[in-house]
Design a protein around this ligand. Structure first.
Ligand code: SAM
Length: 319
């Protein structure tokens, strides 16, 4: 079969899988994880990753006198969020600011010991994957952008692919996605750009697809998945900001307040696990509520295939 036809067949399956993904992952589990131990009249929660607002709105619904402070660095998430907050008459209770969550202390002028709970649902949203013009998905043709915040992040995926050395690209693919064909993919990218600039998602998908041995091209995971993941993590400094923000935020929780974080791949989860352990075991500031992460139920995975790799870890600040 012609590889393009084969690839398209794969993509159609992917689209079907993704159709149902407008969905907040581990919604009940995350919101309940930050329920205050004793009833609080007007709790204050912080959501580091507003996205479509699913978790933020659920906090506001379940705790009718709560105030929810929220953040998102993505301009579309922010604009849609502002509209939704207004349309649902929640402006008094939900305060959404735009920016990177590594700046959240300033963005919301947080006070120490003031928050009842902090939540995060890391990574990109299904909206990102479903917007061809953002370049996050190889399912559609689009520019190789991948910046969650195009105004403030300077280097796009296209810059990395056209300006970085083969060694640097290989390192990104290895470090951020453990891509086993990283060297071959990096070399083929450099070969391609000798002829023309690498500027769209389908060109990259095609290069990666042909770097995989024929017998591995049609497995459960599309060959380009890891390459796209690695570039996105690098461009948005996704792992660095998680490691920075967790230790900073603990002092803004009230004693007894909780922090719940959902991650989507092993590198992210490892950082959350290590930082939570540090807070609990080395610094003695908190207790681990989840020794092992909470995973989505089978029915959630059936309803929303994207939830299959989600892991929720919860920490509680000592009283
Ligand atoms: C998985 S989505 C969140 C979905 C949301 N919980 C819901 O229920 O609709 C992650 C969101 O976090 C945002 N985000 C990721 N990293 C961020 C960061 N470092 N600072 C601010 N926002 C970030 C993304 O733009 C995206 O909209």
């Amino acid at each position: 079969m012609d590889p393009c036809t084969e690839r398209n067949a794969f993509c159609i399956n992917e689209i079907r899988l993704e159709y149902k993904s407008h969905y907040s992952v581990l919604l009940d589990e995350l919101v309940e994880a930050v329920r205050p131990l004793k009833e609080v009249d007007s709790p204050i929660f912080l959501d580091l990753t507003f996205g479509g607002g699913g978790h933020t709105f659920e906090l506001a619904k379940r705790f009718p006198k709560a105030k929810v402070l929220s953040v998102d660095q993505d301009p579309e998430a922010f604009q849609n969020g502002q509209k939704r907050i207004q349309n649902e008459g929640m402006s008094e209770r939900i305060d959404l600011r735009r920016g990177n969550f590594s700046e959240v202390i300033n963005l919301h002028e947080l006070e120490e010991n003031s928050l009842d709970g902090i939540i995060a649902d890391l990574g990109v949203s299904s909206h990102h994957f479903d917007s061809p013009e953002r370049g996050f998905s190889f399912r559609f043709e689009g520019p190789l952008d991948m910046r969650m915040d195009p105004e403030n992040i300077e280097v796009s995926a296209e810059d990395v692919l056209n300006d970085f050395s083969a060694e640097d690209i290989e390192e990104i693919l290895r470090d951020y996605a453990q891509e086993r064909f990283a060297k071959r993919i990096a070399e083929n990218i450099v070969e391609f750009r000798k002829k023309e600039r690498l500027e769209n998602t389908k060109q990259l998908e095609n290069i990666v697809f042909h770097c995989y041995p024929k017998k591995l091209r049609f497995g459960k995971t599309h060959p380009a998945t890891r390459t796209f993941q690695a570039l996105r993590i690098y461009v948005n400094r996704e792992l660095d900001v998680i490691a920075e923000v967790i230790p900073q935020l603990i002092k803004y929780l009230k004693p007894g307040g909780s922090m719940g974080i959902i991650s989507f791949h092993s590198l992210e989860d490892r950082i959350v696990k290590v930082e939570f352990r540090k807070m609990a075991k080395e610094l003695g500031l908190a207790d681990l509520v989840t020794k092992k992460p909470i995973l989505p139920s089978e029915s959630e995975i059936n309803e929303n295939s994207r939830s299959r790799s989600a892991k929720l870890r919860v920490l509680r600040k000592k009283s």
